[in-house]
Design a protein around this ligand. Sequence first.
Ligand SMILES: C[S@@+](CC[C@H](N)C(=O)[O-])C[C@H]1O[C@@H](n2cnc3c(N)ncnc32)[C@H](O)[C@@H]1O
Length: 204
Amino acid sequence: MILVDEEDHIRIVREGYDKIAHLYHAERDTFDISRILEDFMSSVTPGGHILDAGCGAGVPVASALVDSGFQVTGIDISESMLKLARKHVPAATFLLQDMTKLQFDPETFDGIISTYAVIHVPKALHAEVFRRFYITLKPNGRLLVSLSQNEWENIGEYFREPMFWSHHDQDTSLEIIEDAGFRIIWSRVIQIRDEHPFWVMAEK
Ligand SMILES: C[S@@+](CC[C@H](N)C(=O)[O-])C[C@H]1O[C@@H](n2cnc3c(N)ncnc32)[C@H](O)[C@@H]1O
């Protein structure tokens, strides 16, 4: 496999999730993020419009947001994931979009959440992702994102299909988020199941 640029890495992720969408969803409820989600929801304008970037199958994030009265738009690069999300959360809107090329009007959203998704974006493009998140959020809008503790990039296997992961270390991630214009509210490593993702809550 010859990899030329970031687009190749994004293609690996898209093709991977297109094939494993059902398998991923079947295991998803073993990752309980309800407390972090509640913290985010309590900090966003009630009933506000929230973007779920890299929404996957819509559960548990988009579903919890809709159940709590938010208007939800989810985006993903995998059609298979979007198909599941539309089935699971009919009250939300789900669009095929790459978060590195996010296409919404400035100041569209009251909040943006992205769980276990930026970890699949080539790290050379993380700054671009946070720049677009910033533009797309309303003033004082909230961002919640899960990242990784350590710098790391790899093509491996996930549910027996090729998959790509890419991470900065914590300090670099915080620097990138602040450089995009955000104010960090809190950041911490939170163990979830056997993993230790680095979570960041920030404000525009
Ligand atoms: C591990 S799943 C997480 C899904 C969901 N957020 C959750 O917490 O269950 C990663 C998702 O991010 C999506 N994704 C990866 N790179 C993306 C990109 N550049 N733009 C939009 N979605 C992306 C994948 O297709 C996949 O559905």
